[in-house]
Design a binder for this molecule. Structure first.
Ligand SMILES: NC(=O)c1ccc[n+]([C@@H]2O[C@H](COP(=O)([O-])OP(=O)(O)OC[C@H]3O[C@@H](n4cnc5c(N)ncnc54)[C@H](OP(=O)(O)O)[C@@H]3O)[C@@H](O)[C@H]2O)c1
Length: 221
């Protein structure tokens, strides 16, 4: 039986590279658009998951939003949106797919977190809250799902060359950021996709409950 992977945020950026990686390795790839599964709305998530007509092997929770605002300027709408899309939606997807993965075929869940769950930067209150909690649920679910033969991990990228990064930083800011990264460049989305694939493939037999930083050495400084 062919392997099936469910990837959120597959329309662009990291998620698109992740989808391409799984396609090139022969997986059936489900990448619902926000019209098919709007992560702002748990009932949309539930109804999309119910319509999946097969068991699945891998979930990659990649979609995310990062609205930058200091706490004084952070609106309730933006805070709630980050908590919903970056934290509660991944939880809901995993919950909805419970019973549809693992046991006889190994299952893998990879949540895309961020270095801002390890180190701080102004204006990232809501985003850091959501991503830090995502690391926490990764550890908890690693325990809850170990007996189901499902390995659960997170990946915490640093700066990746995507629309999200360009939206939140000007070209000159990106040049300064690159100079601060020990490897002197942003990551390509493919480099994140390679790690997602490693953690979700037969090569991973013993890593679970971890959040793996992939940042060119940025947080080591
Ligand atoms: N880029 C970075 O430097 C970086 C660093 C660390 C962590 N990350 C994390 O990596 C992940 C991907 O980031 P990216 O840079 O690839 O982002 P991106 O280019 O901005 O893409 C975001 C994706 O999330 C989807 N999405 C957003 N809101 C949604 C909603 N309500 N319902 C369904 N889909 C929704 C978007 O779909 P639409 O096309 O419909 O908008 C898009 O596919 C995120 O979790 C982000 O926090 C990124």
């Amino acid at each position: 039986m062919g392997k099936v992977v469910l990837i959120t945020g597959g329309s662009r950026g990291i998620g698109k590279s992740v989808a391409e990686k799984f396609i090139s390795n022969g997986y059936k790839v489900l990448t619902p658009s926000r019209i098919e599964m709007n992560l702002e709305n748990n009932s949309s998530i539930e109804s999309y998951c119910k319509r999946i007509d097969s068991d699945i092997d891998v979930i990659v929770n990649c979609a995310g939003v990062n609205t930058i605002a200091t706490l004084n300027d952070l609106t309730d709408v933006d805070l709630n949106s980050m908590i919903q899309i970056d934290l509660l939606a991944p939880l809901k997807i995993i919950q909805c797919m419970n019973g549809r993965m693992g046991n006889n075929r190994p299952g893998y869940i990879v949540n895309i977190s961020s270095i801002w769950s390890f180190v701080a930067k102004e204006g990232r209150c809501g985003y850091s809250a959501a991503k830090t909690a995502l690391n926490g649920i990764t550890r908890t679910l690693a325990l809850e799902y170990a007996s189901k033969n499902i390995l659960v991990n997170s990946i915490a990228p640093g700066y990746v060359n995507t629309e999200l990064t360009k939206q939140n930083n000007s070209a000159s800011e990106i040049a300064v950021i690159a100079s601060l990264i020990p490897l002197k460049r942003l990551a390509d989305p493919e480099e994140i996709a390679n790690l997602v694939y490693f953690l979700s493939s037969d090569m991973n037999t013993y890593i679970t409950g971890q959040t793996i930083i992939i940042d060119g050495g940025y947080v080591c400084r």
